[in-house]
Design a protein around this ligand. Structure first.
Ligand code: DGY
Length: 316
């Protein structure tokens, strides 16, 4: 008798091409929507599953991991894994994987899109044209700030932070880092305070951990230059949004470009009203190419582990 195929829960719609290989070797329980599975439904559907493919916004806490009584692998289709209780998974011997590297380029590109949008007021200018408030060319209308000769302060020297820094010379910018020891960056490393005091653009590229939650807060915001802008394509809770709203209202910084929020999809109401803020809906890695590669890699990880082989990109 051939053994039954392992079964895998997928929490949201994924590109169908990425599932072809998985369907050959597993039974797939796919939630076809884009909405969250309610926690009780999530736990019930995890029971008896050997594999879980989830997204960054699925909360895979210890209760979910306990409910997954047969789980052998959790594959998140994301680089960040702050939504997964890694210790609980480890203690059960469950392999956890993510999708690093392949989204570096798309996220770095998008970070630059936000930097340019804020400094050259692109989303604000677009709103002006659409609303009819543009009454014709004038010499000083919508003047922004130039990047040439300015300092880009990158907080977090992982793959994405470094990829963002690599583009800086093309804009005539000088990149500096504030990084944890061991991130292997040489030269151009400042303390967080020095970076905030001297940078014209501050861009966040740290994972969300207990050390980075509210790293940007009232204390750190007052250190920034009044002419500086803050960019976040990492995780929303790295910024205390209420503190940022306050800093913008007090004009302590000049603007912000945010792709991620503390309580997505909710955005602090003050941020919604500020013209100097560009807001995007967590789309840093959202290119067709990258999202397809992320899904394919997550599937590959599940196939490898359930086939008794090492995963391609393990977290633990
Ligand atoms: C990630 O990969 O962590 C992104 O936030 C979701 O694509």
């Amino acid at each position: 008798m051939t053994p039954p195929l392992p079964s895998v829960l997928i929490t949201r719609r994924m590109p169908s091409t990425s599932l072809t290989e998985l369907r050959k070797v597993c039974l797939v329980d796919l939630h076809p929507g884009t909405d969250d599975l309610p926690p009780d439904v999530f736990r019930a559907r995890l029971a008896g599953k050997q594999g879980l493919i989830c997204m960054f916004n699925d909360r895979v806490d210890s209760a979910a991991i306990d409910a997954g009584d047969a789980l052998r692998v959790i594959a998140t289709v994301a680089v960040g894994f702050d939504n997964i209780d890694i210790e609980a998974a480890k203690s059960r011997g469950i392999v956890v994987t993510n999708t690093p590297d392949i989204l570096t380029g798309a996220t770095a590109e998008f970070t630059w899109a936000l930097i340019l949008s804020v400094t050259r007021r692109i989303s604000e200018a677009d709103r002006a044209v659409r609303s009819g408030s543009w009454s014709g060319w004038t010499f000083d209308f919508m003047c922004g700030r130039e990047l040439r000769g300015k300092q880009l302060g990158i907080i977090g020297a992982g793959r994405i932070g470094r990829a963002v820094a690599a583009v800086a010379p093309a804009f005539g910018m000088h990149a500096v880092f504030a990084a944890r020891s061991g991130e292997g960056i040489e030269g151009n490393v400042l303390s967080l305070d020095e970076l905030l005091l001297t940078s014209d653009v501050v861009s966040l590229h740290v994972p969300l951990t207990s050390n980075t939650r509210h790293l940007i807060n009232r204390r750190t915001l007052v250190r920034m230059k009044r002419s500086a802008c803050l960019i976040n394509t990492s995780r929303g809770p790295v910024i205390d949004e209420a503190a940022l709203a306050w800093a913008l209202e007090e004009r302590l910084i000049a603007g912000a470009g945010l792709d991620v929020y503390e309580d997505e999809p909710r955005v602090h109401p003050t941020l919604l009203t500020r013209e100097e803020v560009c807001l995007t809906p967590h789309i840093g890695s959202a290119t067709r190419e990258t999202r397809t590669e992320m899904a394919t890699l997550a599937v590959r990880n599940v196939i490898e582990v359930l086939g008794g082989r090492p995963p391609v990109t393990p977290i633990c």
